[in-house]
Write a protein that binds this ligand. Structure first.
Ligand SMILES: [Zn+2]
Length: 116
């Protein structure tokens, strides 16, 4: 198939054109599994990105009977959510005990080498 924007040859399974980055589908869907130890009835979060004129991202909560609730966010709010989740992961990585322990071990090793 060919990209509608740049006319480049693209594989049907691609979501975006590899030549000009144009979306090749108008709806992208991903499923995220619920936390198994916290959620008892909810099985998944489905996130659907609609790349149409009225761009939005729809979040729907699924249990065994089907969709239990849903909400759509506009592009600004979806981007803000993305930054919120990304910022949390970044903060944990920076101040987590694993990194601090590794840094302390490195300092100890460097002091040991300096004494030789
Ligand atoms: Zn293209």
């Amino acid at each position: 198939m060919r990209c509608e924007r740049c006319d480049g040859e693209v594989n049907e399974r691609y979501r975006f054109c590899p030549w000009c980055a144009a979306p090749l589908r108008t709806k992208l869907v991903e499923h995220f599994a619920a936390h198994p130890l916290i959620e008892r009835q909810t099985v998944a979060l489905r996130v659907s990105r609609y790349l149409t004129d009225q761009r939005h991202t729809r979040f729907s909560i699924w249990n065994a009977d089907g969709a239990a609730a849903a909400i759509s966010l506009d592009e600004v709010e979806a981007a803000r959510l993305s930054r919120f989740i990304g910022a949390g992961e970044h903060a944990v990585g920076k101040s987590g005990p694993g990194l601090r322990a590794s840094a302390q071990a490195l300092i100890t090793e460097l002091k040991s080498v300096a004494r030789r």
